[in-house]
Structures are given as structure tokens and as C-alpha cells.
Design a protein around this ligand. Structure first.
Ligand code: ZN
Ligand code: ZN
Length: 153
């Protein structure tokens, strides 16, 4: 069985950050790398508990924390509640469902022109140096919309 590029990159990153590749850390990476659902630490913990019953929640959390510090993922708290972890390190936007909390990646190409960065001195940003711009689309996801339609009838 081959290892996906996303997993290989994350393992290489852990190694470069000087973190020991324990079986638990490797299991977390395998479950998390390439995952488009932006899981919380709790979700990853629940997923792995059946196979790693001795692993603690603290291990999951500290591994995700280390991956974040090493720049291999990011932590996002776009809605109240636990932070969600994002293994996609390419610049991208997010759509967040205000009903179920689901978060999905939105390609930068979908961003309206008005939402792009105005860099440089002065202007509305008052000389702030822009490193990145992120657009968050808040609303209702497809699944929740379908549920809403179904209950309306
Ligand atoms: Zn939803
Ligand atoms: Zn994302």
C-alpha cells in the first residue's frame, strides 16, 4: 500500500521539526493528512480510539499543536467551539455552515474581485503589510439546506 503525497509531506515535516515519529503520531498523520473536513482534535481522537485505545486526548492535541507550529497545518476557529485543524497549507478560502459547523475549502478563484487584497501603503489598511488574505463565506451547507427543504414539506 502506497503512502499518499499529503501523508509523506507531513511525515517529512515532523521529521524536519525534530519530532519523534511515534506510532501514535504516525496514526494521527495518516488520519489527518489530506482530510478535507477540517476535523477537531476530538474528532480525530474519536476516529483513532478503536485502533489505539491507550492513546490520550492530550497526545492528539499536542501532535496537532506541533504540526501547527511546524507550519504543516493550521488551527481555525471560525465559529464558537473547538478549533478545527486544516492540513491544506495552500492559500484558500473557507465556507462555514452556521447550522452544523461544517467547514469546506473554497478555491481562491471563486473569490469576488472586490474581496482581494489592497496592498501597499496607506489606503483602507493604514499601511498594514498584507501577508495573506482569507475570505470566509458563512451560510448554510448543501446538506443542511437539503434537510431544511425536506422538513418544509
Ligand atoms: Zn451544515
Ligand atoms: Zn481549509
Amino acid at each position: 500500500m502506497g503512502v499518499s503525497p499529503a501523508i509523506a509531506t507531513m511525515i517529512e515535516g515532523l521529521r524536519r521539526a525534530g519530532l519523534k515519529l511515534t506510532p501514535q503520531r504516525l496514526a494521527i498523520v495518516h488520519s489527518f493528512a489530506g482530510d478535507p473536513t477540517h476535523p477537531t482534535a476530538q474528532e480525530i481522537f474519536d476516529r483513532l480510539r478503536p485502533v489505539l485505545p491507550t492513546m490520550s486526548f492530550a497526545t492528539v492535541y499536542s501532535t496537532l499543536d506541533s504540526l501547527t507550529l511546524a507550519g504543516l497545518c493550521s488551527a481555525r476557529a471560525l465559529l464558537p467551539g473547538a478549533a478545527r485543524f486544516d492540513p491544506n497549507t495552500e492559500p484558500h478560502d473557507h465556507a462555514v455552515c452556521e447550522v452544523c459547523g461544517a467547514m469546506r475549502d473554497i478555491d481562491l478563484g471563486a473569490r469576488p474581485a472586490g474581496a482581494r487584497a489592497e496592498g501597499g501603503e496607506g489606503g483602507a489598511l493604514g499601511g498594514f503589510e498584507v501577508r495573506s488574505v482569507e475570505t470566509i463565506y458563512r451560510g448554510v451547507c448543501e446538506r443542511c439546506r437539503a434537510l431544511r427543504e425536506a422538513t418544509r414539506r
